[in-house]
Ligand binder design. Structure first.
Ligand code: HEM
Length: 418
């Protein structure tokens, strides 16, 4: 044990409030002031480790060293994740469940979702032409909720679409909220899970027959590693794990609209360039703007890394936002510059807005390709398929509130189909 060094440590009884107060910058601020990519702190009354950067990400995704069981706080399970979903599993159980998700992510499957999204967007343009003012964030959530339910095989009536969209939105908007907004998220999860569990029962009783390639069909008939069907409640959690994050792409789309507005030179480039540039632009949106600040795991067994001791059970947070803004990885990280992706090496641990590591064997987001493709389709809609104006409004966004969304939620008017 002679080569063990004390980890830089934030003194004090508990820093949960500082995390809430500093949001996306809580870990980056301390990595900077300690001049260390790793430090010890206290969160939720217990010792915790925070780390960021490429090497830390590589360590964090080593499944021999970290596990997800018991890592997510209750408020996250009750809103964002749901109980017993893929996020909470480890080892062989996780891998088996993860395959269920990855099986939906074929090129064909993704194309179907893009077509649904394009169709919904085009219908929405026709509606927006008659509106005095369009709050893009809310409208895009509805477009994505319609497309996601269609793609997942979940029937949804016209008169329930607005309420369901709000419920899905509140699952990711309420995670870090305090008071009533947080409780709205919990209530939304109960409602949505009850609704989708009911549909799973109908599928199993042959009262509902969603197409075979949909999440509702696949997940309802999925068998776990021991050959048993999943509980209907768990299927519901996993179907929500498809629809909720597709609705959440509305956040990246709000930032896409913001970037096109605030960097007019980018609009010109997007109009005159090929798909390659659109992809670089979308990647830079995902790197530059805040979305998920961090991911959490627990130390699986005692080990020493770079001279620092990790004790079994210790909560460990990986800095996603800070790694995407790490000056040792990115030149001028606070500059919006899609060109940086023309020579990007595709590193699995340096560009991690949706987690790092492997899709099939690790916890990396299975929806990353979908997210990129939906965003590319939306760039085309915003740039080539419609005209609009952006009235005076508060377009600032916070690096404290999680998730961050431009204050006005991006209002547009005078919409016209091109
Ligand atoms: C809206 C943009 C999105 C962002 C910012 C995002 C971000 C993330 C992050 C940070 C993780 C955690 C990675 C980890 O635990 O190491 C994750 C996991 C996950 N995401 Fe996404 N995601 C997005 C879109 C999607 C989409 C479109 C889907 C599905 C259609 C999806 C489904 C999931 C699932 C099921 C997991 C859990 C994976 C596992 O634990 O193995 N996400 N995502």
């Amino acid at each position: 044990m002679s080569n063990v060094n004390p980890m830089p440590k934030e003194e004090g009884l508990d820093h949960t409030l500082s995390l809430a107060r500093e949001g996306y910058l809580y870990i980056p601020n301390r990595r900077h002031s300690f001049n260390s990519n790793i430090f010890e702190t206290r969160l939720l009354g217990k010792k915790a480790i925070c780390m960021g950067g490429k090497e830390a990400a590589e360590l964090f995704y080593d499944e021999e060293k970290f596990m997800r069981q018991g890592a997510a706080p209750n408020r996250v399970l009750q809103t964002l994740f749901g109980a017993k979903g893929v996020q909470t599993l480890d080892g062989a159980d996780h891998k088996h469940r993860k395959e269920m998700f990855m099986a939906l992510m074929s090129q064909e499957g993704i194309k179907d979702l893009i077509n649904l999204t394009r169709n919904e967007w085009e219908s929405a343009i026709a509606k927006w032409e008659d509106m005095d003012e369009v709050v893009l964030y809310e409208e895009v959530q509805e477009i994505l909720c319609r497309a996601a339910c269609g793609w997942a095989g979940v029937p949804i009536q016209e008169d329930e679409i607005q309420a369901r969209t709000k419920e899905f939105g509140s699952l990711f908007e309420s995670v870090a909220a305090i008071g009533p907004n947080h409780w709205l998220g919990r209530a939304a999860r109960n409602n949505i899970e009850r609704w989708i569990s009911g549909l799973v029962e109908e599928v199993r009783n042959n009262k509902l027959n969603p197409p075979e390639n949909t999440a509702l069909h696949q997940f309802s008939w999925h068998r776990d590693a021991t050959g048993n069907l999943l509980d209907a409640e768990v299927v519901a959690v996993e179907v929500v794990n498809i629809i909720r994050p597709i609705v959440a792409i509305a956040i990246f789309i709000n930032f896409t609209a913001l970037a096109i507005h605030q960097y007019p030179e980018e609009k010109v480039k997007l109009q005159s360039s090929d798909q390659k540039y659109t992809e670089m632009f979308v990647q830079e949106i995902r790197r530059f703007y805040p979305f998920f600040p961090l991911v959490a795991a627990r130390v699986k067994k005692d080990f020493i890394w770079n001279g620092y001791k990790f004790d079994v059970g210790t909560l460990t947070l990986l800095d996603l936002y800070g790694t995407n803004h790490d000056p040792t990885i990115w030149d001028n990280p606070d500059l919006f510059n899609p060109e940086r992706f023309s020579e990007w090496d595709g590193g699995r641990y340096s560009f991690i807005p949706q987690g790092g590591g492997e899709y099939h064997s690790g916890h990396r987001c299975p929806g990353e390709w979908i997210t990129v493709e939906v965003m590319k389709a939306v760039v085309d809609q915003l740039i080539n398929q419609m005209e609009f104006e952006v009235p005076e409004q508060d377009l600032s966004f916070s690096l404290v509130n999680m998730p961050s969304i431009p204050a006005s939620k991006f209002v547009i008017n005078h919409v016209k189909k091109k």
